[in-house]
Design a protein around this ligand. Structure first.
Ligand SMILES: Cc1cc2nc3c(=O)[nH]c(=O)nc-3n(C[C@H](O)[C@H](O)[C@H](O)COP(=O)(O)OP(=O)(O)OC[C@H]3O[C@@H](n4cnc5c(N)ncnc54)[C@H](O)[C@@H]3O)c2cc1C
Length: 417
């Protein structure tokens, strides 16, 4: 069996779902592949709270009918803030039922460029031919594991994205590597689950964000006149820089050297202020680098750059993600070769279109062009609107009904390999 569509959206996280909502309202024919909010269920820990502010956590739809506020109203309850991971997953799945009810839960296993279209192969060997493909597959596949942990098997040196249940570490000695929100929150959750935890951070100190402090809550109050001046809804980065981050079109026009400076400052590793009290009982070692990690029996021996050692049961790598599109397993190699990449990120046009016409990237891979906003749910509004404008604007007259043209017939007969 096979099918055709004008736009195939790969991934049903916040970006794929927002794209679906916007394309639907523009009457664009599309299909969405993947399970709704799967990354949040499988790659983020139970008990996690969103670091992003309520106003920066709405998945975008064109009329604002599917915000967290609307979801809360539909439930008839007031959701706690910060937003809990489980509430956010339920919200995303509610959004999906409203905006992309015909979601196809199958995984995409391969995407190939064909003449005037793309062949999208699914896990059960079916293929769909699409005029355009929107890759919205998130960051989980770009998890970064530093070299010094290569000698330890993944079962004992895992990445934070490998887990959704930290309860399995109860009673173990765990070293968490990293100083960002994911490291610190995982450390708190591990500690609360009964593990003995040490966080080892390369930086000389932990940066704590004011989020959740009284001053920040007061400044963010809807009735505060300073709120609109200091904080855009996304609130990524310090005041001033947060407005540049909130304006991806401006970011895109800035020189590359400025891009990396803004990125470094706006999303430097930091923990939300509300996490601090939960860190009591967690040992934090700053300014130290782990230079080697080796398996000795069932334990892991870590050597630090100050000559000290740690013996632990598990290393928890909260070491972040490095986007590199050339490592995307489901993109055919010749398709990847035809993309212009900068530091692993695809170069994108204003409509989020790569150098290969018809191929679009949303979410973290778009951060290379549009900046840090694309790493957060708050970026769905800009991204889905720009994508839709571009697709509608460029629409050729190749309607889905015409797809069974001579050329496409030929492709449809291509045997599955
Ligand atoms: C620990 C952690 C905490 C975070 N906290 C926040 C926060 O508080 N606020 C915030 O705004 N952002 C947060 N983020 C960033 C968050 O990942 C993004 O904001 C958001 O999930 C991006 O949406 P997305 O659709 O691009 O990616 P994802 O949410 O990752 O969705 C991608 C989807 O694509 C699917 N997929 C992947 N490959 C395939 C395939 N081959 N076929 C079909 N489907 C596929 C996945 O299963 C997944 O469902 C956090 C990230 C992490 C890791």
């Amino acid at each position: 069996m096979s099918g055709t569509t004008q736009v195939a959206i790969v991934g049903a996280g916040p970006y794929g779902l927002a794209a679906a909502a916007h394309l639907r309202s523009a009457n664009v024919d599309f299909r969405v592949f993947g399970k709704a909010m799967e990354s949040w269920e499988r790659h983020m820990p139970a008990g996690m709270l969103l670091r992003s502010y309520w106003d920066g956590s709405h998945i975008s739809d064109p009329r604002g009918d599917l915000t967290l506020d609307r979801y809360q109203r539909a439930l008839g309850v007031q959701l706690p803030r910060p937003v809990r991971r489980d509430d956010f997953i339920n919200y995303g799945q509610w959004f999906q039922r409203k905006a992309a009810s015909e979601l196809d839960g199958r995984r995409v296993t391969r995407i190939e460029a064909a003449s005037k279209c793309f062949r999208v192969m699914l896990e059960d060997s079916e293929s769909v031919w699409a005029q355009r493909v929107v890759i919205a597959t998130g960051i989980a596949s770009f998890a970064w594991r530093p070299r010094q942990f290569e000698a330890v098997p993944p079962a004992l040196a895992s990445h934070s994205s490998d887990h959704c249940d930290l309860g399995r570490f109860a009673g173990q000695r765990v070293v968490v590597v990293g100083g960002g929100q994911s490291a610190l929150e995982s450390a708190a959750l591990l500690h609360e689950s009964g593990a003995t935890v040490e966080v080892i951070v390369r930086a000389p100190e932990i940066h704590w964000l004011r989020y959740g402090t009284r001053l920040h809550t007061w400044l963010h109050n809807q009735s505060n006149p300073f709120r609109r001046i200091l904080y855009p809804p996304s609130d990524i980065g310090p005041p001033g820089l947060n407005w540049i981050v909130d304006t991806p079109d401006l970011f895109r026009r800035l020189p590359l050297a400025v891009h990396s400076r803004i990125e470094r400052r706006a999303i430097r590793p930091a923990g939300a202020g509300w996490l601090r009290p939960r860190m009591n009982g967690v040992r934090i070692t700053t300014g130290r680098v782990i230079i080697s990690a080796n398996l000795v029996g069932q334990q892991v021996r870590l050597k630090l750059d100050d000559g000290t050692e740690r013996w632990v049961d598990h290393i928890f790598l909260a070491t972040g993600y490095h986007v590199d599109i050339s490592c995307c397993a489901f993109l055919a190699p010749d398709l990847v070769r035809s993309l212009r990449l900068v530091n692993g990120y695809p170069e994108l046009s204003a409509g989020f279109e790569a150098s290969l016409p018809g191929l679009h990237f949303l979410g973290a891979p778009a951060a290379g062009t549009f900046g840090p906003l694309m790493r957060f749910v708050a970026g769905t509004k800009y991204a889905a609107s720009a994508l839709t404008r571009s697709i509608v604007g460029q629409a050729t007259n190749l309607a889905t009904s015409q797809v069974a043209s001579h050329e496409w017939d030929g492709l449809a007969q291509t045997p599955d390999t």
